[in-house]
Design a protein around this ligand. Structure first.
Ligand SMILES: *[C@@H]1O[C@H](CO)[C@@H](O)[C@H](O)[C@H]1NC(C)=O
Ligand SMILES: *[C@@H]1O[C@H](CO)[C@@H](O)[C@H](O)[C@H]1NC(C)=O
Ligand SMILES: *[C@@H]1O[C@H](CO)[C@@H](O)[C@H](O)[C@H]1NC(C)=O
Ligand SMILES: *[C@@H]1O[C@H](CO)[C@@H](O)[C@H](O)[C@H]1NC(C)=O
Length: 266
């Protein structure tokens, strides 16, 4: 997932600024590498290619110049892209490696030979999705097996319960959510396949519910036998505590007594 090469999907096209430049939307996952095409098949001699990042306050990412048969690539000084940019000297395409969430935004490539940008990209970098966690909820009725699917630290995701291929329930968040959870009740003898799926617009992660394992025991639950065992255990612990206390006190007493005797002798 982290070193996947060039996972691009041009999912939507829109017009920006009214000057006829298409903004190409690119959706990638954190850690992916992406190649942004300059739209040139080959850079002409005496051309100057510039890549910029940002909508209002632009950052110069890289320039490529070819003059008198001398080619030169200069990378911008902005630290956040340090060692993560490569410019293709044939086409002028820009390769961003090991992408970060903060790489999201507009990328524009211009040529000294063209009044309008050659290409404009709107990159959205999504976080790597965590695997959903399914735990037993022992606080509710014993008639059904209650479970809860949850994920932490997520934003712009949906969490859903699937029975086979159909969605049973779903919850979505757009902003950062510390914890997102979705309950489900199943029969103990249910033979269907249940899975909890987290997804964002470009990827998903699935955890299968294993009824046989998860719905068997409820630690801390209050079946009759278990209650009796617990009672017996706590009684045992109680007796042991009292025994230790008594021993401690009596040994201290005998220590004191011995000290007293020693004092009397001397
Ligand atoms: C870029 O993409 C983001 C997320 O899809 C969107 O919110 C934003 O409006 C886009 N910006 C432009 C200039 O298209
Ligand atoms: C959730 O995010 C916060 C802040 O980014 C971080 O301190 C915390 O360790 C994260 N928790 C988990 C379980 O990843
Ligand atoms: C599940 O399968 C078992 C045996 O294959 C069957 O006895 C039981 O009735 C089934 N349960 C349901 C809810 O269909
Ligand atoms: C999860 O993603 C895969 C492709 O990556 C897709 O085939 C599948 O339908 C997705 N599942 C859900 C539940 O969105």
């Amino acid at each position: 997932m982290f070193i996947t090469i060039t996972l691009i999907c041009f999912c939507s096209w829109s017009l920006a600024g009214g000057c006829g430049v298409e903004v190409k939307s690119v959706f990638i996952t954190e850690g992916d590498s992406v190649t942004l095409e300059s739209a040139l098949a080959e850079i002409q001699s005496d051309d100057l290619i510039m890549w910029r990042f940002g909508a209002k306050k632009e950052i110069l990412l890289a320039t490529y110049s070819r003059k008198d048969n001398k080619a030169e690539t200069v990378y911008g000084s902005d630290g956040r892209f340090r060692d993560r940019l490569q410019l293709d000297s044939q086409t002028g395409s820009l390769i961003i490696t090991n992408s970060r969430i903060s790489d999201s935004g507009l990328y524009t490539v211009t040529s000294i030979n063209s009044d309008i940008p050659l290409n404009t990209f709107n990159i959205t970098v999504y976080v790597c999705l965590p695997l959903p966690d399914i735990i037993r909820d022992c606080s509710s009725s014993e008639q059904y097996c209650s479970v809860v699917c949850s994920v932490v630290n997520v934003s712009a995701v949906s969490l859903s319960w699937y029975k086979g291929n159909s969605v049973l329930s779903s919850i979505s968040v757009s902003d950062l959510s510390i914890s997102l959870s979705l309950p489900l009740e199943v029969e103990y003898q249910d033979n269907n396949t249940y899975s909890c799926v987290i997804n964002n617009p470009i990827s998903n992660q699935t955890t299968r519910l294993d009824i046989n394992i998860l719905c068997q025991i409820c630690p801390g639950c209050c079946g009759f036998t278990e209650a009796v065992i617990r009672l017996a255990l706590s009684a045992l612990v109680g007796v042991a505590t009292v025994a230790v206390l008594v021993y401690d006190i009596s040994s201290r007493r005998s220590d004191q007594k011995r000290e007293q005797e020693i004092r009397e002798i001397s």
